[in-house]
Design a protein around this ligand. Sequence first.
Ligand code: ATP
Ligand code: MG
Length: 428
Amino acid sequence: MSYQMPRGTQDIMPEDISKWHQLEDMIRQFCYVYDYEEIRTPIFEHTNVFKRGNDSSDMVNKEMYTFTLPNSSTSLTLRPEGTAGVVRSFVEHKMYGDVDLPAKFYYVGPQFRHERPQKGRQRIFHQFGVEVIGAKNPLLDVETIALGWSFVSALGLKDMKVLINTLGDDASRDAYRTALKAHFKKDINAMCADCQRRYEQNPLRILDCKLDADKDVMKTAPRMADYLNEESQAYFKKVLEGLDALAIPYEVDDRLVRGLDYYTHTVFEVVSVNEQMGSQSTVFAGGRYDGLVEYFGGPQMSGIGWAMGLERLILACEGEGIELGEENNLDAYVVCLNDSASVTALQLVTELRANGYKSEMDYRSRSFKAQFKTVMRRRARIAVLIGEDELANGLITIKNLETKEQQSVAFDKMVETIDGIFEGRPEE
Ligand code: ATP
Ligand code: MG
């Protein structure tokens, strides 16, 4: 019997939580000005929301936490990604009828994939993602990338690179698929089992193989660019022009295919080239999907989105020496020198809190010295001292730990005096 956390999971501890709060606050701010609204979909869905038809992706075929409960035939799956649930919800709530399309969503939350755990790869991880559904315009592809790019730039990340490609429309992709099958036909038996499956299900994904990447047959594979019809070329050109217009640097990578099967046209990955990232270097990635709304029973409508791994984002920040979060310091500590004063101390600490001061007191009848060590450890700006004499006279001593000045004041002047030291109320 073990009471340790399962492999590939982690506790986010109080000492790290302010990093997460900072990221979450920034996410809200960015999505607010970009006019994206938060959506919270279920953590588990019917399995067929994620497993659609003959999907070739590893995520769907090998990595899902799927379960049925006793006495039930319903198959459920812990969500491995965000897009499917959001599109399912968009259709279920008939949002395709909205006059103000496109609908613009964002989400933040845990995802579950049974992968081999490594640095930057967990079995429970967190994604911030965006989806824009109900309009097909290359400028929206650009807008979503701009949101993510400005977000990572605002954090101070510099070692970032946008890799972008197009998979074209259905007709272009069909032509390319046929060419790829012809190309790999005589070598496929010497390739990995996954590639053999992909050959049948979705030959484009062979190009995403990490095991066979160095084989000659990979290097000589036909290029998507040569199979794009005019419409697909024009669409991609407008995406790139939009990125230029916003001065977002990018590299066209015509081998980029992405791991999920539903993409059409634009696909992209924003990677950190910082050496600390190792092979888990993709911070956010996504693309356009033309068929998903229809799959869930809605009209033919296109969408675009990406998802960002927040653990990877934190690693990227660490790699570039960017400090997130803040220290858990106190504004004030009420030092209680005598047990008989402890109820008064509780009243004072409560009054401080009611006035917005992050405050603490001792609950273990510790010595003055021990309490003062806590004051220093917690970097309190103010110590409020209350002892027998003070209690008798209705006075407290307020010590400013920055200037070392102290003054005795009446109980009912405590907040006023501290306001004076802080020059108003502390920042929220
Ligand atoms: P990879 O090729 O690294 O496995 P992916 O193509 O499976 O990534 P997506 O499904 O596009 O990734 O997810 C988007 C982002 O979510 C990734 O770029 C990454 O930042 C993050 N991510 C995906 N899987 C994991 C995981 N197991 N642990 C931590 N972060 C992850
Ligand atoms: Mg993956």
